[in-house]
Design a protein around this ligand. Sequence first.
Ligand SMILES: Nc1ncnc2c1ncn2[C@@H]1O[C@H](COP(=O)(O)OP(=O)(O)OP(=O)(O)O)[C@@H](O)[C@H]1O
Ligand SMILES: [Mg+2]
Length: 393
Amino acid sequence: MAEGKELKDLQERLAELRSQELKKIDIGRDSDDKKEDKLMEKASKAGQKPVIAVDKEIGKIAESPSGPVGLDIGTSFVVAAENERNHIHTVKQLNAFFTIPKSKFAKSILLKNEILFFEQDNYFYIFGFSADNFAHMFNTSTKRSINSGILSNDEKDAITVVQAVILSLINRPKNLGETLCFAIPGEPLKGKGSVVYHESVIKRFLGSMGYAPITINEAMAVVLSELSKDDYTGIGISMGGGMCNICLSYLSFPVITYSIQFAGDYIDSMAGLSVNEPATKIKSIKEEQLDLLKDPKDRILTALHVFYEDLIIKLLDSLQRVLFSSDQIPMVSKPIPIVLSGGTSMPRGLKERFERTLKRYKLPVEISEVRMSEDPLNAVAKGALLMAMTEMK
Ligand SMILES: Nc1ncnc2c1ncn2[C@@H]1O[C@H](COP(=O)(O)OP(=O)(O)OP(=O)(O)O)[C@@H](O)[C@H]1O
Ligand SMILES: [Mg+2]
């Protein structure tokens, strides 16, 4: 009997000691740590919400965000993401523009059609989806403010146009100093343009709008958005218009990040040159008809197949080279996934083509599977939003 009581006492004392130890551990974590945990939990829950995506409607004014914002400033599109009660809301604007000389006649057409434009020097700058819709009416073609992922140095007005495109999507925040996280590209392997300049110019502008701007690597944003169930460990790839961004993430740390300045635009222009057709025509056929699982039935589709394969090879060559030359590869105990995202990952059969080509490569990390992003055009903005949500204020 006595033995039984002693044992019970001992167990009780042990339990009490254990709970005191736990309390001590808990006390060891300061309130900032706990706040950070809560923010992480909130962001991770938000990551499970469905994304409701819309294109920016002509004539609709930008809203003032009342919480953190994620922003993907891409070569083709700018996408803003906000966390709503039951979903993540994204809104997208075309990142294109053209200019026409000022005239009263042109102004009345622009106003009547609710076309987005601003005036500078002696020109009207028409931008966003409006630019695509109306360029042919003014007998001209659109230009880009971002080239190959980075603020264009050819267009002297690139900064003003990017600012106008951003302002068409989001206004000043309701609360001054709201966190806004925007995606920046990884340093290009064969550098054309400076990511540092791109980042600091955009940061300065967002700061002047009343945000507290932070940045995330574009491919890391894909990892945050898509690899929560894999402890944010894997390779995120964003195949966009101007570049492919790559990030090897280990437990949410971007261990290796870089970019190559080949992507959708490269496919359009190379396929166009090969069959002597304008890149714009190739682009629309690519977006509407391309199926990489089917044998191509004409010369344009054949050229698209050829340059898709070429892009995948360029991507995997670079990945092999970068991973083997790095001394930072983490020792991971199990194979890791690759997740593909971005508009250029969208044709049917891309995953299968990627997997087939990947078999020819040896990498210093074992790959478990190739996965497609659930929402290729919005994954970066969503990942940037999740990052913004974890930032303490
Ligand atoms: N259904 C589709 N099939 C093939 N390509 C597509 C499809 N939809 C969009 N694209 C291509 O995706 C590209 C745009 O993708 P995305 O919006 O991810 O780029 P971005 O983020 O603006 O550019 P970047 O990341 O290079 O700066 C364009 O080249 C476009 O032609
Ligand atoms: Mg992109």
